[in-house]
Design a protein around this ligand. Structure first.
Ligand code: SIN
Ligand code: FE2
Length: 215
């Protein structure tokens, strides 16, 4: 039998970044439409908004959340909150398709039993960027971060444990999932300004879903 050389050409593949960090290329591609429908159901109840940094600046990335805890920023600082400060109501429930994807991706990356209780949804339009930061508002740093990219491509910066260390530039595309944990859990990371473009499903936008066990 002749092997079909092209049968697996769209199958996901893994790229190690460093100890504890891996990119699962195109991992979510097969579910992109159901993931996007779930994003729409979340944003219908909790619309995207531009939060303020503790320094009083409006973030260029628009954000919302789903799940028991949501990440919020305002002039008093960063924190997790069970309620959306805009509506005063609990954040929308985490869609099953999100939680299942996050658990499966974490397992594929070597972090079994990951059960996220927070999903931050970031929306980038051309020019929007996220400066280098650590994810450190969570309670248990043994739990990894699972980060899904959809829509326009972006350059992810993945640095060291100190802000001053040089950062690698990792191009991320629609369907890619980055998982970092263990010795990489507190590495600085960010996103370069989004380039202009048009994605077949999302137009001039990139979405990033960051799953965490926060509480
Ligand atoms: C984040 O660090 O919260 C988002 C990263 C990304 O947009 O890829
Ligand atoms: Fe982050």
């Amino acid at each position: 039998m002749t092997p079909d050389l092209f049968a697996d050409s769209c199958a996901p593949w893994q790229e190690a970044v460093c100890e504890g960090a891996v990119v699962l290329r195109r991992y979510a591609l097969a579910q992109d439409r159901s993931l996007l429908a779930a994003v729409d159901s979340v944003t219908a109840a909790a619309p995207f908004r531009h939060m303020l940094t503790p320094g009083g600046y409006r973030m260029s990335v628009a954000m919302t959340n789903c799940g028991p805890l949501g990440w919020v920023s305002d002039e008093s600082g960063y924190r997790y909150d069970a309620c959306d400060p805009v509506s005063g109501r609990p954040w929308p429930a985490m869609p099953t398709v999100f939680a299942e994807l996050a658990t499966a991706a974490a397992t594929a990356a070597g972090f079994p039993d990951f059960m996220p209780d927070a999903c931050l949804i970031n929306r980038y339009e051309p020019g929007a960027r996220l400066s280098l930061h650590q994810d450190r508002n969570e309670r248990d740093f043994r739990q990894p971060i699972v980060s899904l990219s959809l829509g326009l491509p972006a350059v992810f910066l993945f640095g060291g444990l100190r802000r001053s260390e040089p950062a690698r530039r990792i191009p991320l595309e629609h369907g890619d999932v980055v998982v970092w944990g263990g010795p990489a859990r507190l590495r600085y990371h960010g996103v370069l300004a989004l380039k202009e473009g048009a994605h077949p499903l999302l137009g001039r936008r990139r979405l990033n879903l960051t799953f965490r066990k926060a509480g």
